[in-house]
Design a protein around this ligand. Structure first.
Ligand code: NDP
Length: 402
């Protein structure tokens, strides 16, 4: 059984002082969408920390225009460049992995966790340990360290708000007080750009085709994950951690239009769905305003214009990533951590042009076949297993390139 998405209070709150906000992964797709929402009502927010990995120019521009207190670049070598860009602006510059954790340990009212990959785990945990409200986009952190993250949420009285559109949808329609009446959660999946291709037809797809998601405009890694459907596999694991349901209580259904973002089926036959245009600003806005709702100028659904909403069962021989994620979920222990680490390595290899599209999931499968799965007793065990998974996957990837 997973843990409930933690909430402090669902009572609407009246805005008084501006909300102190930090954004980890500010320069990415989710980070920029968050900033665009903040820019619609800047008087309501005070920006504390913004972070990036390498994109100094964008980070500095964001920090200056939002009058952030601090900007952190994860890549240590880029410190001087960031310092130069921020010179005379009053924005403090910092760099490196420790600086990220230190910045995340500074208490604020609301944190956006939008670093991509397991690199986001340490800062997200540090933010949780301040007892803040943490809006979680960084699903990989939850996949590789779900139980420990949720133990920390409880221990430090933090609030975790799901930002992933599917989990945000479930959060909006799930009645946590009547969980005994919930029959199942239905995660919707667009099927990505290759839904109409057979497994073999995907062998020679290009990077450009892979990154061209039909409905969503996202960062490179999640776009590749959507094309392999590993993204839905990661989301399955994410859902079981966020909501108090069993591994077999979450179904995946393909819905190519991405209008219904997910659904909850109750024991009386009612199915509650959250719908909206495919625009990440809607779930981010929900998390940013929570427990209130904000208004913003998102695209609205026009039912008169809509031709059809269609659904189909996913085919795991076409998208074997779904089977691997289910295997990792059911195996437990370090299996999800290894799955995630191998996937990050394989996606990285594909993005660099080292391997073909079908190699991505093969590398994950071969890594899972080689790995030994261990129980975690401490957070440091997770980092060890993450490194193990990366090492095994990197060796397999090297052999494929040879
Ligand atoms: P992007 O690749 O667009 O952005 C990633 C952000 O993380 C950038 O700010 C990047 O900095 C930073 N970053 C990358 N690597 C590191 C690192 N090693 N250390 C510190 N910072 C790093 O990703 P997305 O915004 O698309 O996705 C972010 C997260 O949100 C992912 O976990 C994704 O699965 C999830 N998500 C994304 C959605 C979307 O629509 N994009 C939807 C739902 C979930 P820099 O710019 O300098 O590289």
């Amino acid at each position: 059984m997973g843990s409930v998405a933690q909430t402090k209070s669902k009572e609407p709150i009246q805005a008084t002082a501006p909300k102190k906000v930090s954004i980890f992964g500010a320069t990415g797709s989710v980070g920029c969408s968050t900033i665009s929402l903040i820019n619609e009502r800047p008087e309501n927010f005070q920006i504390e920390v913004l972070t990036a990995n390498r994109n100094v120019k964008k980070l500095a521009e964001q920090a200056i225009s939002l009058k952030a207190r601090k900007a952190v670049i994860a890549t240590t070598d880029l410190y001087e460049e960031l310092k130069d860009c921020l010179s005379g602006t009053g924005v403090e510059a910092a760099a490196g992995a420790d600086a990220l954790i230190e910045a995340a340990s500074e208490p604020v009212d609301w944190v956006m966790s939008a670093i991509v990959g397991a690199a986001g785990l340490a800062p997200t945990l540090a933010a949780i340990q301040t007892g803040s409200v943490v809006a979680l986009a960084n699903k990989e952190a939850l996949v590789c360290a779900g139980d420990m993250m949720l133990q920390n949420v409880e221990k430090f009285g933090a609030t975790l708000l799901p930002v992933d559109s599917e989990h945000n949808a479930i959060f909006q329609v799930l009645d946590l007080e009547q969980m005994d009446k919930v029959e199942r959660i239905i995660l919707t999946a667009s099927g990505g750009p290759f839904l109409k291709l057979s497994y073999e037809e995907m062998r020679n797809v290009t990077l450009a085709q892979t990154l061209a998601h039909p409905n969503w405009d996202m960062g490179a890694k999640i776009s590749v994950d959507s094309a392999t459907m590993m993204n839905k596999g990661l989301e399955l694991i994410e859902a079981v951690h966020l909501f108090p349901v069993g591994n077999d209580d979450v179904d995946i259904i393909i819905h190519p239009q991405s209008i219904i973002h997910s659904m909850v089926e109750y024991g009386d036959g009612s199915i509650l769905a959250q719908m909206g245009a495919p625009d990440m600003r809607t779930p981010i806005s929900y998390a940013l305003g929570w427990p209130n709702r904000h208004k913003f100028k998102a695209n609205r659904l026009d039912f008169g214009e809509m031709s059809a909403l269609t659904f189909m069962e996913p085919d795991t021989s076409q998208f074997p990533a779904l089977k691997l994620a289910k295997f990792a979920l059911n195996t437990g222990k370090s299996a999800p951590t290894i799955l995630n680490a191998a996937n990050e390595v394989a996606v990285g290899g594909f993005l660099k042009g080292q391997i073909g599209f079908l190699d991505i999931v093969s590398i994950v499968e071969e890594t899972l076949n080689c790995a030994k799965f261990v129980e975690f007793s401490d957070i440091s065990d997770i980092y060890v297993e993450d490194r193990n998974g990366r090492e095994i996957a990197s060796n397999i990837l090297r052999n494929k390139c040879a």
